[in-house]
Design a protein around this ligand. Structure first.
Ligand SMILES: Cc1cc2nc3c(=O)[nH]c(=O)nc-3n(C[C@H](O)[C@H](O)[C@H](O)COP(=O)(O)OP(=O)(O)OC[C@H]3O[C@@H](n4cnc5c(N)ncnc54)[C@H](O)[C@@H]3O)c2cc1C
Length: 369
């Protein structure tokens, strides 16, 4: 038996679990290391924060997929990869060997990016911890304290709008978006729309960097001090620090360097996709859209490599459709330099998101029959 070891049940690995559940891979023993039973679909998380979805509607139960794919599931986290020895150490000290490794553990919140953030801010990742501590946000808002989102990327802006929609109006919702303003990577038309929506909803925007977070107030690069009850840290995606000693070739910022076949450029028996990987031949944004799209080619290439076949090259799309939810049932669509907005965009996004979650639940159900 060849040993396939899957680290993380992220958006790309869902397609691998689906492929394994659809039919066994002959001569392969698959093991999944995932600390939790459910995978949250982040596209719906702002909708959950806004109160449009129950948590179960935006997460995928891994158990049916794991069971139907005859996958051994270890409810643990990986703590280290020793790529030259072809083994992985888990957080309980166990060591697992592999013939083929696939890594889709996502990214981490860069808590050291801002002084005081590690002690006084609620990081977006891990998402499960954010969800578990969400009560803090509601309790603080109920006392009329300000909820401050630090980080003006799509996730931060969406969350700020969701919070404004959900929380009592006496609690201010503030977005600290850095020097460039909200959604800096987006084209001008989308940026204008997002700004209009934030203003219309009543989110207070500061186009300044946060330089320090204390227990009750935070400091901006302009010298201003903002009082807060809770700070949500949405300042982007960092690489998991435990990859540094893996022996894998990493990018300057610590992500696994991969090529056109989604294999590590230093260790071909190691595959990686999603936020944790950076395609050095064609870098693209770290987003769920790209992670999802990489899933089916990753599954095909893992299967091919395990059977001794040559993996295919995969070229990610040059641009992606981004659908940003805006608190109420209203969304903005951004495609290239084009931008549309309205309730119909929200319904469109809602259909796509629900279909994604349902597709994985249905695979588990079908394979289980
Ligand atoms: C609030 C928010 C909203 C977002 N909205 C969008 C959006 O609308 N559209 C979009 O394209 N992108 C969005 N993103 C970005 C998107 O979430 C990420 O790009 C996407 O989740 C990356 O998928 P992934 O498969 O790399 O990792 P993840 O989805 O993060 O999955 C990684 C999995 O690995 C597990 N894991 C972590 N560490 C370990 C370990 N050591 N061992 C084993 N398992 C581990 C985690 O528990 C998790 O289950 C959003 C992000 C946030 C925070």
């Amino acid at each position: 038996m060849k040993r396939l070891l899957l680290l993380g049940a992220g958006h790309s690995h869902l397609a691998v679990l689906q492929a394994l559940a659809a039919g066994p891979w002959a001569g392969v023993h698959a093991t999944l290391v995932s600390p939790q039973r459910h995978q949250i679909y982040t596209g719906m998380l702002p909708g959950w924060a806004a109160g449009h979805y129950a948590l179960d509607e935006c997460r995928i139960d891994l158990l049916p997929l794991v069971r139907d794919g005859h996958i051994e599931w270890l409810q643990r986290s990986a703590a280290a990869i020793e790529a030259d020895a072809r083994q992985v150490r888990l957080d309980d000290g166990h060591v697992l060997g592999y013939d083929v490794l696939s890594v889709d553990v996502g990214s981490v919140s860069p808590c050291d990016a801002i002084d005081g953030a590690a002690e006084h801010a609620l990081a977006l990742r891990p998402l499960e911890r954010l969800v578990a501590q969400w009560d803090r946000v509601a309790r603080s808002a109920a006392r009329g304290e300000a909820v401050v989102v630090v980080g003006g990327g799509a996730g931060g802006a969406e969350l700020a709008m969701a919070l404004r929609h959900r929380l009592p109006s006496r609690a201010p919702v503030v977005l600290v978006s850095g020097g460039q303003g909200p959604v800096p990577g987006y084209p001008p038309a989308t940026r204008r729309r997002v700004r209009q929506q934030l203003e219309r909803l009543g989110v207070a925007c500061h186009d300044a960097a946060c330089t320090h977070i204390g227990p009750r107030e935070l400091a901006l690069s302009t010298g201003a001090l903002l009082q807060h009850g809770v700070v949500l840290l949405a300042v982007g995606a960092a690489a998991p620090p435990w990859l540094r000693a893996s022996g894998l070739k990493l990018t300057h910022d610590g992500f696994i360097a991969t090529g056109a076949t989604l294999q590590s450029v230093s260790h071909p028996e190691v595959f990686a996709a999603g936020d944790v990987a950076t395609r050095i031949d064609c870098p693209h944004p770290k987003s769920g859209v790209y992670a999802v799209r990489a899933g089916p080619p990753l599954a095909r290439n893992l299967h091919a490599w395990l059977e001794g076949r040559v993996p295919h090259r995969y070229r990610p799309q040059r641009r992606s459709l981004n659908l940003l939810s805006c608190g109420e049932r209203y969304a903005i669509a951004s495609w290239g330099r084009w931008c549309w907005a309205g309730r119909w965009v929200w319904r469109w996004k809602d259909r796509i998101d629900r279909a994604f979650v349902e597709r994985h639940a249905a695979t588990g159900r079908a394979a289980g029959r």
